[in-house]
Design a protein around this ligand. Structure first.
Ligand code: NAD
Length: 493
């Protein structure tokens, strides 16, 4: 439960086995990326705290009532959680702004959609066929003919180690806890060191939801050792991680020792393909998105824009005019701001290295590329657009995770499809066309987990996840639920 420290900053606690504890490692500072001010102190857990949380989750799964509750009772708990979070919505909004630098234009996804998704998990859990009856089989046994009944039974997968990320902190946590609660799992959440406060706030709401102790635990801290402890522990059955490819690969390797179920939501370098018939004026504001929407810090953003060669210059001009005329850069606490800072100074330095690489490799910097002169504090960067980008350049191949957009010309649709697929990633994608049937045909040839045509978006009901190095498994909807079950065959006569 949050308290106020001597210097008037809120101080949070760990939630382990149904009790609040300061943990054994003291606290660390959470900073606002727009002002660089310290906004709160978070518990800096050590390995011993994590071990305690894992043991509590194991006990709650093996000997507590939760894993045997009915789907209906679990749905009630989820609805109580949604109601509690709705009551604290404005508090969450303020944390999204001050901790994750979430601009108001992103709040519909960050907040409203996340709560809608959680509520949807109550419905999904209630209607999910945990017992699927199979056709009756008559067979010849040693004593003659016998009638065999059977079913596929979906057990909860068990103790889940959940490692969400910082860019959409409520949304990504909900993607994991929604299905975990709906299926009867127990869990330990290890939030991102940059943004643990919403997870700790969720624990405060959970503590009023009548969940048995140990079902829901939150352990925050700076050390990567905490996440590693979850992956290595033989007491944890499944890990769900959202973050970078590099860490995803380490997790997959470490999980091999216990053959844990691993779910990975990793990065992307998604392509928006503008087909020849699309109207550039209406398409430009959509495709400019990654150069400003949440400062480009979204894994499924289309950071490569593919445009027919004759239309390349026209598009680059429209994109540059759009971001320069419309996009206000500044502190996300101001509702009119559309582009806030990136999460930390070291991330900005990395993005600046990519901007330098783009120039050096011959891409044409159309706009941006600098720190805004009028914002000396905070980790700001101008919206940046490169034209004449080739797909072999680093800015086209690697995920930048900052407000940087690359425009690549193509000669025909076949080449556009080849360029879009020529990536180690496969997370998001977009197609712009006036011919939806043609758009659907092209969509089915793009090797990517999600694809929208003309800006359509459904984050509540659709499966979300990656092909190739963008990840393993799916979150969202019925598919997200399945990831939190083990399928058991039971036959009887
Ligand atoms: P990161 O790799 O730095 O991940 C950090 C998290 O992993 C922290 O919580 C850390 O403690 C933990 N960790 C570090 N080493 C670990 C280990 N060996 N075992 C277990 N846990 C370990 O990534 P990030 O900075 O949080 O996120 C940035 C990246 O995440 C971007 O590349 C972005 O594309 C990706 N991302 C993906 C999605 C998605 O849904 N696919 C969403 C947001 C961000």
């Amino acid at each position: 439960m949050a308290t106020v420290s001597d210097d008037k900053l809120p101080t949070f606690r760990l939630y382990i086995d149904g009790t609040w504890t300061p943990g054994t490692g003291g606290t660390y500072d959470i900073i606002n990326p727009a002002t660089e001010a310290v906004i709160a102190r978070a518990p800096n857990a050590r390995r011993a705290d994590m071990d305690q949380a894992i043991a509590a989750a194991r006990r709650a799964f093996d000997t507590g009532p939760w894993s045997r509750t009915t789907p209906r009772d679990r749905a009630k708990v989820i609805r109580r959680l949604v109601d509690g979070l709705e009551r604290r919505k404005e508090e969450i909004r303020q944390l999204l702004i001050s901790m994750a630098a979430a601009e108001y234009v992103t709040h519909y996804i960050q907040l409203d959609t996340a709560l809608e998704m959680l509520a949807n998990y109550a419905e999904l859990g209630e209607s999910f066929e945990f017992e699927q009856m199979l056709p009756v089989l008559v067979s010849q046994g040693p004593m003659g003919a016998q009638v065999n009944n059977s079913m596929a039974y979906h057990q909860p997968v068990g103790v889940c180690g959940l490692i969400p990320t910082w860019n959409f902190p409520l949304f990504v946590t909900v993607q994991k806890i929604g299905p975990a609660l709906a299926t009867g799992c127990t869990m330990v959440i290890k939030p991102s060191p940059y943004a643990p406060l919403i997870d700790l706030l969720i624990a405060e709401v959970v503590s009023d939801c009548d969940l048995p102790p140990g079902v829901f635990n939150v352990v925050s801290g700076e050390s990567p050792e905490l996440g590693a402890a979850l992956v290595e522990s033989p007491l944890v059955d499944k890990v769900s991680y959202t973050g970078s490819v590099a860490t995803g690969k380490k997790i997959l390797q470490a999980a091999a020792a216990t053959l844990k179920r691993v779910h990975l939501e990793l990065g992307g370098k998604s392509a928006a393909i503008i087909l020849d018939d699309a109207d550039l004026d209406s398409v430009a504001p959509f495709t400019a998105g990654p150069s400003f929407f949440h400062a480009g810090q979204g894994c499924a953003m289309c950071t490569r824009v593919l445009v027919p060669r004759p239309k390349h210059d026209g598009l680059v001009d429209r994109l540059s005019s759009f971001v320069n005329a419309i996009v206000k850069v500044g502190d996300p606490a101001d509702p009119s701001v559309m582009l806030g800072p990136v999460i930390r100074a070291e991330r900005r330095t990395k993005i600046e290295e990519y901007i330098a690489a783009g120039k050096q490799e011959g891409a044409v910097l159309a706009t941006g590329g600098q720190r805004p002169a009028d914002l000396p504090r905070g980790f700001f960067l101008q919206p940046t657009i490169f034209g004449a980008v080739r797909n072999d350049m680093r800015i086209a191949r690697e995920e930048i995770f900052g407000p940087v957009l690359s425009v690549l010309p193509f000669n025909d649709t076949e080449e556009a499809i080849r360029i879009a697929n020529e990536s180690t990633y496969g997370l998001g994608g977009a197609i712009y066309t006036t011919d939806v049937a043609k758009g659907l045909e092209v969509a089915k040839r793009i090797r990517t987990g999600t694809l929208n045509i003309n800006g359509a978006l459904n984050l509540v009901h659709t499966p979300f996840g990656g092909f190739k190095e963008s990840g393993i498994g799916r979150e969202g909807g019925h598919w997200g639920l399945l990831e939190y079950t083990e399928i058991q065959a039971i036959a009887w006569k």
